[in-house]
Write a protein that binds this ligand. Structure first.
Ligand SMILES: NC(=O)c1ccc[n+]([C@@H]2O[C@H](COP(=O)([O-])OP(=O)(O)OC[C@H]3O[C@@H](n4cnc5c(N)ncnc54)[C@H](O)[C@@H]3O)[C@@H](O)[C@H]2O)c1
Ligand SMILES: CC(C)[C@H](C(=O)O)[C@@H](O)C(=O)O
Ligand SMILES: [Mg+2]
Length: 361
């Protein structure tokens, strides 16, 4: 198979972990006889430094002409004081919008070998297998106006939580379809006791549910969901929610898996290229130290193979390799529990060795 993959490494640890994921994909291409072309593009702080904008037009063109996009992370201290519309994060939001990748899948699975790395007890987290389906191109992040205003003679501010019915419906359909392939349960998370947007969300969820009789729908308020994720994480199969709630709940859920450095994601559009990126950010506190956990980025590459190229055996190979190195005891410092840890590069190296290892008969 011949494919072009756009690589947007971004800033901070984004560069380090994406380099690892690209190396893993090269090894997969070799082993399974595929041709992957990697084309690099600028995004985030690096793009601001080189071209004055967080998402140059060439990057958009590159992504639109590629079969899939592997992204690292954007942002960092250096760009924190520039105007908001020019910040690295705006580049990320813009590429998501340009490609219309509205369905952000964030699987939360707990590796058996890491069940003691979570702050929760092993019995609560072992066997957790939840799919967070986060709406990614609407809500508060994109609603207008979003600006400083003056009210009653003082400085004030307005952000807008805006959704069209069609935007709510399509993400809910993605969640129901996902549940059909999984364990048949959808938890729709909202704040319908307060927000009008959530009331419409709930109405649409009820309507959509009629088309999926094999799926059981429940509604949960977001504050309660945040609590249930800790109290009884195994309760969840597919958790679907709007943009901001999904952002927050997925970082929370990462602690079930032991670290934010473990969680991959896929951002899918209905047609066109999809984006694959770790859930975490540029981690300025550990950037440049060869310390970041590359597993979230590597598992994102596995999601790329599965969702964009239909290469399931290849994706399985990567996921099995990750599982096996963790079982052998390799840990980056975020999951080492104070025990001995390995560098980013070493973790990538052992994962690649596990991929290349001959299959036992
Ligand atoms: N998708 C993205 O590009 C993305 C996502 C989140 C945050 N950000 C940006 O990243 C910058 C830093 O944000 P933050 O510090 O709040 O969030 P962060 O996700 O970068 O880091 C939060 C914490 O998790 C740790 N961490 C993150 N990834 C890790 C990894 N792979 N291995 C080990 N530890 C890891 C960090 O060291 C830090 O302690 C900000 O500019 C923010 O806007 C970008
Ligand atoms: C950097 C930020 C805009 C982004 C988001 O909130 O979507 C990040 O937190 C994420 O989860 O990908
Ligand atoms: Mg986030």
């Amino acid at each position: 198979m011949k494919k072009t993959i756009a690589v947007l490494q971004g800033d901070g640890v984004g560069k380090e972990v994406t380099a690892g994921a690209v190396n893993v994909l090269k090894v997969i291409a070799d082993r399974f006889d595929h041709e992957f072309h990697f084309e690099y593009g600028l995004i985030g702080g690096e793009a601001i430094d080189q071209q004055g904008v967080p998402l140059p037009d060439e990057t958009i063109t590159l992504c639109k002409n590629s079969d899939a996009i592997l992204l690292g992370a954007v942002g960092g201290e250096k760009w924190n004081s520039i105007p908001r519309h020019l910040r690295p994060e705006q580049g990320l939001l813009k590429i998501r919008k340009e490609l219309d990748v509205y369905a952000n899948l964030r699987p939360v699975t707990v590796q058996g070998a890491l069940a003691d790395s979570s702050p929760l007890k092993r019995e609560y987290v072992e066997g957790v297998d939840c799919m967070i389906v986060r709406e990614l191109t609407g809500g508060l992040y994109f609603g207008r106006p979003s600006e400083r205003v003056e009210r009653d003679g003082e400085e004030a501010v307005v952000d807008t939580l805006f959704y069209k019915r069609s935007e709510i419906e399509r993400i809910l359909r993605s969640a129901f379809e996902m549940a059909q392939k999984r364990n048949g349960r959808v938890t729709s998370v909202d704040k319908a006791n307060v927000l009008e947007s959530s009331r419409l969300w709930r109405e649409v969820a009820e309507e959509v549910a009629k088309d999926y009789e094999d799926v059981k729908l429940e509604h949960m308020l977001v504050d309660a969901a945040a609590m249930q994720l800790i109290r009884n994480p195994k309760h969840f199969d597919v958790l679907v929610t709007e943009n901001l709630f999904g952002d927050i709940l997925s970082d929370e859920a990462s602690m079930l898996a032991g670290s934010l450095g473990m969680l991959p994601s896929a951002s899918l559009s209905s047609d066109g290229a999809s984006i694959y990126e770790p859930v975490h950010g540029s981690a300025p506190d550990i950037a440049g130290q060869n310390k970041a956990n590359p597993i979230a980025a590597i598992l994102s590459a596995a999601m790329l193979l599965r969702h964009s190229f239909d290469l399931h055996q290849e994706a399985d190979k990567i996921e099995d390799a990750v599982e096996s190195v963790l079982a052998q005891g390799y840990r980056t410092s975020d999951i080492a529990d104070g025990e001995e840890s390995v560098s980013t590069d070493k973790m990538v190296e052992v994962i690649i060795e596990a991929i290349q290892a001959p299959v036992a008969n």
